[in-house]
Write a protein that binds this ligand. Structure first.
Ligand code: PGA
Length: 253
């Protein structure tokens, strides 16, 4: 049985005061989670240390939204895996479509970052997903295949066991337009098959594959009951304690 992981990607929202308010509200609304269900909050870098303190002993884990592919050095504005780990974080989102679109991140770069994250003992949440144009042109399978193979290249099996993959169709992010449960299941099954081809089925069956793209309290249950959907990467609906908690209630293994 796989672990279901519901992660909240705060993106560029919440200063320190707002971070404190949201985390206290989340802890009050969700004092515990069912077995095999985990939840991760991913605030901006500036809030990580505070969030790490506030989340100690809670049902939630902490994650970052990005990191450098370098260990340390003269890389102005960058943050390393070691720095993230020191805040109490255990996850890091990598290769989000907004990083790919606005910051030119490639599969090769995301792959290099994933290797650094794993070496530091972080669980990377590695994102893949096709654009609307790619889906309409009928090349979704090729795009997902290239991305999945690219981001996982050279990751050994013992490290792969610590990775999470997130399928995020770009056309569903922040648009209010969700993939149907069937569309999500189809791509999740494809991703699991690709992992099995690179490793084996036993490992592929253990990997958590999240769906992301306009997950809300009213559609979460239907998406999360699909066989190969093992959690969600939530954007907009994670910014309020009541909506994120409602999504957590829909998570059952
Ligand atoms: P959304 O974002 O839930 O606001 O669509 C999802 C994401 O970008 O991870």
């Amino acid at each position: 049985m796989r672990t279901m992981i519901i992660a909240g990607n705060w993106k560029m929202y919440k200063d320190l005061t707002e971070t404190r308010d949201l985390i206290l509200a989340l802890k009050a609304a969700t004092p515990s989670l069912p077995d095999r269900v985990q939840s991760v909050v991913c605030p901006p870098f500036t809030s990580l240390a505070l969030a790490g303190e506030l989340l100690k002993g809670s049902a939630f884990q902490l994650g970052a939204q990005n990191m450098s592919q370098h260990d340390e050095g003269a890389y102005t504005g960058e943050v390393s895996a070691k720095m993230i780990k020191a805040t109490g974080a255990s996850f890091v989102i990598l290769g989000h479509s907004e990083r790919r679109q606005y910051h030119g991140e490639t599969n090769e770069l995301v792959n290099a970052k994933a290797k650094k994250a794993l070496a530091a003992g972080l669980h990377p949440i590695i994102c893949v997903g096709e654009t609307l144009d790619e889906r309409e042109k009928g090349v979704m399978v090729q795009v997902i295949t290239t991305q999945t193979k690219g981001v996982l290249a050279g990751i050994p099996a013992h490290d792969m066991a610590n990775c999470v993959v997130a399928y995020e169709p770009v056309w569903a992010i922040g648009t209010g337009r969700t993939a149907t449960p069937q569309q999500a299941q189809e791509v999740h099954q494809l991703i699991r098959k690709l992992i099995a081809q690179q490793y084996d089925w036993a490992l592929a069956e253990r990997i958590t594959i999240q769906y992301g793209g306009s997950v809300k309290p009213d559609n979460a249950a239907e998406i999360l009951t699909q066989n190969d959907v093992d959690g969600a990467l939530v954007g907009g609906a994670c910014l309020k304690a009541d909506s994120f908690s409602a999504i957590l209630k829909a998570a059952k293994v």
